[in-house]
Design a protein around this ligand. Structure first.
Ligand code: G3P
Length: 217
Protein backbone atom coordinates (compact mmCIF):
# COMPACT_ATOMS: atom_id res chain seq x y z
CA UNK A 1 0.00 0.00 0.00
CA UNK A 2 1.30 3.43 -0.90
CA UNK A 3 1.44 6.20 1.70
CA UNK A 4 0.38 9.68 0.74
CA UNK A 5 0.44 12.49 3.27
CA UNK A 6 -2.70 14.58 3.68
CA UNK A 7 -1.39 18.10 4.27
CA UNK A 8 -0.38 21.35 2.59
CA UNK A 9 2.27 22.03 5.24
CA UNK A 10 5.63 21.91 3.44
CA UNK A 11 7.65 21.53 6.69
CA UNK A 12 5.72 18.35 7.51
CA UNK A 13 6.12 17.07 3.94
CA UNK A 14 9.90 17.67 4.07
CA UNK A 15 10.13 15.77 7.38
CA UNK A 16 8.24 12.77 5.97
CA UNK A 17 10.13 12.80 2.67
CA UNK A 18 13.42 12.43 4.58
CA UNK A 19 12.37 8.99 5.89
CA UNK A 20 11.69 7.87 2.31
CA UNK A 21 8.19 6.68 3.24
CA UNK A 22 6.32 9.19 1.19
CA UNK A 23 4.74 8.10 -2.10
CA UNK A 24 2.69 11.25 -2.70
CA UNK A 25 0.71 14.14 -1.22
CA UNK A 26 -2.96 15.09 -1.14
CA UNK A 27 -4.32 18.55 -0.42
CA UNK A 28 -7.79 20.06 -0.34
CA UNK A 29 -9.12 23.63 0.03
CA UNK A 30 -9.43 23.24 3.82
CA UNK A 31 -5.78 22.13 4.14
CA UNK A 32 -4.64 25.03 1.93
CA UNK A 33 -6.62 27.43 4.14
CA UNK A 34 -4.94 25.89 7.21
CA UNK A 35 -1.48 26.37 5.68
CA UNK A 36 -2.14 30.09 5.14
CA UNK A 37 -0.19 29.83 1.86
CA UNK A 38 -0.92 30.92 -1.71
CA UNK A 39 -2.50 27.86 -3.39
CA UNK A 40 -0.56 27.76 -6.67
CA UNK A 41 2.72 28.58 -4.94
CA UNK A 42 2.33 25.88 -2.28
CA UNK A 43 1.39 23.21 -4.85
CA UNK A 44 4.44 24.07 -6.92
CA UNK A 45 6.67 23.86 -3.85
CA UNK A 46 5.20 20.49 -2.80
CA UNK A 47 5.74 19.13 -6.32
CA UNK A 48 9.43 20.04 -6.05
CA UNK A 49 9.71 18.26 -2.68
CA UNK A 50 8.20 14.92 -3.75
CA UNK A 51 8.49 12.88 -6.93
CA UNK A 52 5.13 11.16 -6.46
CA UNK A 53 1.64 12.42 -7.32
CA UNK A 54 0.42 15.63 -5.67
CA UNK A 55 -3.36 16.18 -5.62
CA UNK A 56 -4.55 19.77 -6.11
CA UNK A 57 -8.28 20.41 -6.01
CA UNK A 58 -10.35 22.56 -8.38
CA UNK A 59 -12.83 24.95 -6.80
CA UNK A 60 -15.19 25.53 -9.74
CA UNK A 61 -18.52 23.72 -9.58
CA UNK A 62 -19.33 23.43 -13.28
CA UNK A 63 -17.56 21.05 -15.63
CA UNK A 64 -16.25 23.62 -18.13
CA UNK A 65 -14.65 25.75 -15.44
CA UNK A 66 -13.30 22.64 -13.65
CA UNK A 67 -11.53 21.67 -16.87
CA UNK A 68 -10.05 25.17 -17.28
CA UNK A 69 -8.84 25.16 -13.65
CA UNK A 70 -7.64 21.57 -13.94
CA UNK A 71 -5.55 22.32 -17.03
CA UNK A 72 -4.00 25.30 -15.23
CA UNK A 73 -3.14 23.15 -12.18
CA UNK A 74 -1.75 20.36 -14.38
CA UNK A 75 0.66 22.84 -15.97
CA UNK A 76 2.26 23.61 -12.57
CA UNK A 77 4.28 20.36 -12.57
CA UNK A 78 4.33 16.91 -14.17
CA UNK A 79 3.28 15.22 -10.91
CA UNK A 80 0.10 17.25 -10.34
CA UNK A 81 -3.09 15.18 -10.04
CA UNK A 82 -6.26 17.21 -10.52
CA UNK A 83 -8.74 16.59 -7.73
CA UNK A 84 -12.43 16.86 -8.65
CA UNK A 85 -15.57 16.47 -6.53
CA UNK A 86 -17.78 13.41 -7.04
CA UNK A 87 -20.60 15.32 -8.71
CA UNK A 88 -22.07 14.97 -12.20
CA UNK A 89 -19.98 17.94 -13.36
CA UNK A 90 -16.93 16.51 -11.61
CA UNK A 91 -17.34 13.24 -13.54
CA UNK A 92 -17.72 15.11 -16.84
CA UNK A 93 -14.60 17.13 -16.12
CA UNK A 94 -12.78 13.93 -15.10
CA UNK A 95 -13.55 12.26 -18.44
CA UNK A 96 -12.36 15.32 -20.38
CA UNK A 97 -9.17 15.81 -18.38
CA UNK A 98 -8.30 12.12 -18.60
CA UNK A 99 -8.73 12.30 -22.42
CA UNK A 100 -6.23 15.19 -22.35
CA UNK A 101 -3.74 12.97 -20.48
CA UNK A 102 -4.25 14.65 -17.09
CA UNK A 103 -4.22 12.47 -13.94
CA UNK A 104 -7.34 12.82 -11.79
CA UNK A 105 -8.46 12.12 -8.22
CA UNK A 106 -12.23 12.05 -7.77
CA UNK A 107 -12.86 13.00 -4.17
CA UNK A 108 -15.67 13.06 -1.59
CA UNK A 109 -16.72 9.49 -2.39
CA UNK A 110 -19.15 8.10 0.18
CA UNK A 111 -20.79 5.17 -1.62
CA UNK A 112 -19.80 2.19 -3.75
CA UNK A 113 -22.03 3.43 -6.59
CA UNK A 114 -20.23 6.79 -6.57
CA UNK A 115 -16.94 4.90 -6.73
CA UNK A 116 -18.23 2.83 -9.66
CA UNK A 117 -19.08 6.03 -11.54
CA UNK A 118 -15.62 7.48 -10.85
CA UNK A 119 -13.98 4.34 -12.29
CA UNK A 120 -16.23 4.44 -15.35
CA UNK A 121 -15.29 8.11 -15.85
CA UNK A 122 -11.65 6.96 -16.03
CA UNK A 123 -10.43 8.49 -12.76
CA UNK A 124 -6.81 7.73 -11.91
CA UNK A 125 -7.73 7.70 -8.19
CA UNK A 126 -10.97 7.68 -6.21
CA UNK A 127 -10.98 9.04 -2.65
CA UNK A 128 -13.46 7.31 -0.32
CA UNK A 129 -13.71 9.18 3.02
CA UNK A 130 -13.60 6.67 5.87
CA UNK A 131 -13.60 8.90 8.97
CA UNK A 132 -16.51 11.04 7.84
CA UNK A 133 -18.65 7.90 7.34
CA UNK A 134 -17.59 6.64 10.78
CA UNK A 135 -18.67 10.02 12.17
CA UNK A 136 -22.20 9.22 10.96
CA UNK A 137 -22.16 5.82 12.64
CA UNK A 138 -21.59 4.00 9.31
CA UNK A 139 -18.56 1.68 9.01
CA UNK A 140 -16.35 3.59 6.55
CA UNK A 141 -14.08 0.59 6.06
CA UNK A 142 -16.90 -1.36 4.41
CA UNK A 143 -16.73 1.10 1.53
CA UNK A 144 -13.07 0.22 0.97
CA UNK A 145 -13.92 -3.51 0.91
CA UNK A 146 -16.84 -2.90 -1.48
CA UNK A 147 -14.80 -0.76 -3.86
CA UNK A 148 -11.98 -3.33 -3.87
CA UNK A 149 -14.46 -6.08 -4.80
CA UNK A 150 -16.14 -3.99 -7.52
CA UNK A 151 -12.89 -2.80 -9.12
CA UNK A 152 -11.48 -6.33 -9.08
CA UNK A 153 -14.71 -7.80 -10.53
CA UNK A 154 -14.39 -5.64 -13.64
CA UNK A 155 -10.67 -4.92 -13.80
CA UNK A 156 -10.99 -1.16 -13.29
CA UNK A 157 -7.57 0.42 -12.99
CA UNK A 158 -8.71 3.35 -10.84
CA UNK A 159 -6.70 3.27 -7.62
CA UNK A 160 -8.52 3.31 -4.29
CA UNK A 161 -7.03 6.21 -2.33
CA UNK A 162 -8.45 5.83 1.17
CA UNK A 163 -8.93 9.29 2.74
CA UNK A 164 -10.30 10.85 5.91
CA UNK A 165 -8.08 8.51 7.90
CA UNK A 166 -8.05 9.31 11.59
CA UNK A 167 -6.18 6.46 13.30
CA UNK A 168 -3.51 3.78 13.06
CA UNK A 169 -6.31 1.18 13.03
CA UNK A 170 -7.72 2.84 9.89
CA UNK A 171 -4.33 2.51 8.17
CA UNK A 172 -4.00 -1.17 9.10
CA UNK A 173 -7.58 -1.97 8.04
CA UNK A 174 -7.07 -0.19 4.70
CA UNK A 175 -4.03 -2.36 4.01
CA UNK A 176 -6.02 -5.49 4.92
CA UNK A 177 -8.92 -4.37 2.70
CA UNK A 178 -6.56 -3.86 -0.25
CA UNK A 179 -6.66 -0.07 -0.66
CA UNK A 180 -4.02 0.97 -3.19
CA UNK A 181 -3.14 4.12 -1.28
CA UNK A 182 -3.86 5.58 2.16
CA UNK A 183 -3.58 9.33 2.52
CA UNK A 184 -2.74 9.94 6.14
CA UNK A 185 -2.44 13.07 8.31
CA UNK A 186 1.21 13.59 9.43
CA UNK A 187 0.48 12.89 13.13
CA UNK A 188 -1.20 9.56 12.34
CA UNK A 189 1.61 8.55 9.97
CA UNK A 190 4.28 9.30 12.59
CA UNK A 191 2.21 7.49 15.24
CA UNK A 192 2.42 4.22 13.25
CA UNK A 193 5.97 3.68 14.50
CA UNK A 194 4.85 3.72 18.14
CA UNK A 195 4.48 0.61 20.29
CA UNK A 196 4.81 0.58 24.06
CA UNK A 197 6.77 -2.70 23.94
CA UNK A 198 9.29 -1.10 21.53
CA UNK A 199 9.84 1.75 24.01
CA UNK A 200 10.03 -0.65 26.96
CA UNK A 201 12.38 -3.04 25.14
CA UNK A 202 14.70 -0.23 24.06
CA UNK A 203 14.82 1.13 27.61
CA UNK A 204 15.85 -2.32 28.94
CA UNK A 205 18.51 -2.78 26.23
CA UNK A 206 20.00 0.64 26.99
CA UNK A 207 20.07 -0.02 30.73
CA UNK A 208 21.87 -3.36 30.21
CA UNK A 209 24.26 -1.82 27.68
CA UNK A 210 25.23 0.88 30.19
CA UNK A 211 26.10 -1.89 32.68
CA UNK A 212 28.64 -3.38 30.21
CA UNK A 213 30.64 -0.12 30.35
CA UNK A 214 31.34 -0.52 26.59
CA UNK A 215 30.94 1.91 23.69
CA UNK A 216 30.70 1.11 19.97
CA UNK A 217 32.69 4.16 18.86
O1 G3P B 1 -8.20 14.88 1.93
C1 G3P B 1 -9.46 14.77 2.48
C2 G3P B 1 -9.55 14.07 3.78
O2 G3P B 1 -8.57 13.18 4.05
C3 G3P B 1 -10.33 14.69 4.84
O3 G3P B 1 -10.14 14.15 6.11
O4 G3P B 1 -10.36 14.17 8.57
O5 G3P B 1 -11.17 16.14 7.22
O6 G3P B 1 -12.40 13.98 7.18
P1 G3P B 1 -11.08 14.63 7.33
Amino acid sequence: MKFFIDTADTAEIRDMAEVGLLDGVTTNPSLVMKSGRDFLEVIQEICELVDGPVSAEVTALDADQMVVEGLKLAKLADNVVVKLPLTWDGLKACRRLVSDGVQTNVTLCFSANQGLLAAKAGATYVSPFIGRLDDLGVDGMELIHDLRAIYDNYGYETEILAASIRSAAHVQDCAIAGADVATVPPAVLKGLVKHQLTDKGLEAFMADWAKTGQSIL
